[in-house]
Design a protein around this ligand. Sequence first.
Ligand SMILES: [Zn+2]
Length: 165
Amino acid sequence: MKFKELLISLSLLTQKMNNHNYWMQNLIELLKKEISNSVEVPVGAMIVDKGKILSTAFNKREETNLATAHAEILAINSANKTLDSWRLTDTTIYITLEPCSMCLGAILNARIKNIVFASFDYKTGSLGGKYNMLNYVSNDINVISGICADENSKILSEFFKKVRK
Ligand SMILES: [Zn+2]
């Protein structure tokens, strides 16, 4: 690769990363508002399509008493309604925590193109934190991890500190 081409591809990469930072930061700010006085484990998900937010949702397992009320599932349901389609082709899902196997299944079923998450979940993460389910599927999907991870880890550890008290 020529030097100029290298520079161009580097700047494209930075642009992409900045975009991911922008949306994740956006999601984390909303999550911070959501969690004041909430008993839910703080997890947020946002689905973005061509620079537009289709849906934003937060974990609501306690409030709804539904085992499936993870942020990702609620965000997918809402985006499906918005688009009036079960296909979320070419969209990106931003998640503050690595998805569990149930949510990854839903993401794959919705044909989402990109998964961007902040922190790894070493207990139930399905994209490398606990195990990597992508080894077993043929979907063409991009995964980016670690975006705004430090900030999100702080939110999680403060929550668990509060719960322990
Ligand atoms: Zn989940």
